[in-house]
Design a protein. Structure first.
Length: 575
């Protein structure tokens, strides 16, 4: 029951998530990780330890036919390195080699040899996350205070031999996991002293981590939230019944927004998913107001409504000409299959179509009738059936008829090249963002996102899971390219968007080899020069032989500095 509850909570989080998700089938094999070493975000770090990581879907030559675990099947958090004093979590991926539908069996993690009896924790495995991956999730079970250096963990599936059929060979149930705890003194000082802070504005409560961009910008964040909530309350004709709580985290997860009881928003300078803060606040608070009404709705309406009320998905954007662009590019997804498989459909397309369809309903029949529709939905086996029945009740027209009317109205619009390009670039951009996350930061990819209970994190003052993240020069170079691509979309500069996305995709296709693309290679060189000078790049603008790198200092100061660099005889130098 508890597992089910956890899964439901997670599904709710992902389902409501606004700036999240796009579904790629879970069976897709992630692009292998490049061999970048994690770059320490401080000046005084020793060589980083190899990162324990996973490719759970990779088949081995002789795949066992019973329950088993293989090297790489344990993911350790926080990533990518551990320091003494970290409170550590594990995701253990068990394989049901005999396809017996095994679930609910115990998994234990031991410090050292199980025979020595130092069990850290034991939990039961189950389907986890949107992809339903079979795993045992150990959240904050190992407090490493007082430990340092090389450690060995042992993971044992079904240690009490509960499974009678489907686990014939118990020898393949055991995995030894070596890892290194770096000394506490090696952790960047700002991370060592990191703790949760709280502030309150007229509309909202904010929880954020000390020493981060959120702390630096909290006054403008508060103002943006107050403004967004006033906007949404006016748009929906309702008021929030109580203050909203926003958790501002210092690493990107998914597209930067997850809503459950509280709303978690990624707030960082190198936000390579590019969502505008105002838009995220509007979208997430629209969800909260929507939920205040109670009742059930198809996901395409839930997400469409939040997008409609916010005036765009990631930024302000007119919906109709962008859907017309989808139609022209044969990227349009008919509403029935979209409704039935909303979160597995192309993410940006689904949100846009939902918002555009609602715009059509409101513009044609008025807001009041749309508000009636919101309370007209009845549970049905399929979301398309729920949608169809609700529309018939409210508008005396079914889904197919209304969709045909709507598409006819879109067909009458004059073609708009700007927004056609915008939607195509937006889809390519976010598909590339997700591809990067799958390859280089799988704990950020929405299907496999590591989002432990933030309430507990705040209570226990655990911050590393929401702040530390892969930040090798290679990560920074690709992320700054994505940042540049995202800004170019907003600037209406498709050539730059296309070039930057091409560079990122070339490197990902080459398994992390930056020689695959000259622009990517320049970004990596510029990143290295900045890092060597004590700066962490957040944005890079390159123009021929000159570049401007907007950076924070590696010593933990979050003030942004503009560095100017020039290339002479093929070598980048600071001016
Ligand atoms: Zn949403």
């Amino acid at each position: 029951m508890r597992r089910l509850l956890t899964l439901l909570i997670l599904l709710a989080a992902l389902a409501l998530a606004c700036n999240t998700l796009v579904p790629v089938a879970i069976t897709e094999t992630p692009v292998p990780l490049p061999t970048a070493t994690p770059y320490p975000t401080a000046t005084a770090l020793p060589t980083a330890t190899p990162r324990p990581t996973v490719s759970p879907t990779l088949a081995t030559p002789a795949t066992p036919t019973d329950l088993y675990i293989s090297p790489g099947d344990v993911l350790i958090h926080p990533e990518p390195v551990l320091y003494s004093g970290d409170v550590v979590s594990f995701e253990v991926f068990a394989h049901d080699g005999g396809h017996k539908g095994l679930s609910g069996f115990p998994v234990a993690v031991y410090l050292g040899d199980p025979a020595a009896g130092k069990e850290l924790s034991q939990v039961r495995a189950g389907a986890y996350g949107l992809g339903g991956r079979l795993e045992a999730t150990f959240t904050w079970v190992w407090d490493t205070t007082g430990l340092a250096g090389a450690q060995t963990l042992t993971v044992v599936l079904d240690p009490t031999d509960e499974i009678q059929i489907g686990d014939e060979d118990t020898a393949n149930n055991v995995l030894t996991v070596p890892l290194t705890l770096l000394p506490r003194a090696a952790e960047p000082p700002v991370e060592q002293s990191a703790h949760w802070l709280t502030s309150e504005s007229a509309c909202c409560v904010f929880r954020y981590i000390s020493g981060t961009a959120a702390e630096r910008d909290i006054a403008s964040i508060e103002a943006a939230a107050d403004e967004a909530i006033t906007f949404v309350e006016a748009g929906m004709g309702r008021e929030l019944s109580s203050k909203l709580t926003f958790n501002l985290i210092n690493r990107l997860l998914g597209h930067g927004g997850f809503a459950s009881d509280t709303v978690t928003i990624s707030y960082l300078d190198r936000d390579y998913a590019g969502g505008g803060l105002e838009n995220v606040f509007r979208h997430e608070s629209a969800h909260v107001l929507d939920r205040q009404m109670g009742g059930t709705r198809p996901a395409v309406i839930t997400e469409g409504l939040a997008t409609y009320v916010a005036g765009g998905h990631f930024k302000y954007e007119p919906f109709a000409p962008r859907v017309a662009g989808l139609l022209a590019q044969t990227r349009y997804i008919p509403l029935r299959p979209l409704a039935d498989d909303f979160y597995s459909s192309q993410h940006e397309t689904g949100y846009l179509e939902g918002a555009a369809f609602i715009t059509y309903l409101v513009d044609t029949f008025g807001w009041d009738r749309f508000a009636t529709l919101l309370s007209a939905f009845q549970p049905a086996p399929k979301d398309s059936a729920m949608l169809d029945a609700g529309l018939r009740l409210t508008y005396n027209k079914g889904l197919d008829e209304l969709e045909a009317d709507w598409l006819a109205s879109l067909g009458a619009l004059p073609p708009d090249a700007r927004w056609q390009t915008d939607i195509a670039d937006t889809i390519d951009y976010y598909d590339t963002v997700r591809r990067y996350q799958q390859a280089d930061d799988p704990s950020a990819y929405f299907l496999t996102a590591w989002i432990p209970d933030i309430e507990q994190a705040v209570r226990r003052d655990i911050t590393a899971d929401y702040s530390r993240h892969p930040a090798a020069p290679e990560n920074i170079a690709l992320e700054t390219l994505l940042v540049r691509a995202g800004r170019a979309i907003n600037e209406g500069d498709p050539a730059t968007t296309g070039r930057c996305l091409e560079a990122v995709n070339a490197v990902l296709e080459a398994h992390g080899d930056f020689a695959a693309d000259p622009l990517a290679h320049d970004y990596l060189l510029l990143t290295r020069v900045a890092l060597e000078s004590g700066y962490e790049p957040q944005r890079i603008a390159l123009d021929g032989d000159s570049a401007v790198v907007t950076a924070t200092r590696l010593d933990g100061s979050t003030a942004l500095t503009e560095l100017k660099l020039t290339r002479t005889n093929g070598v980048w130098r600071m001016n």
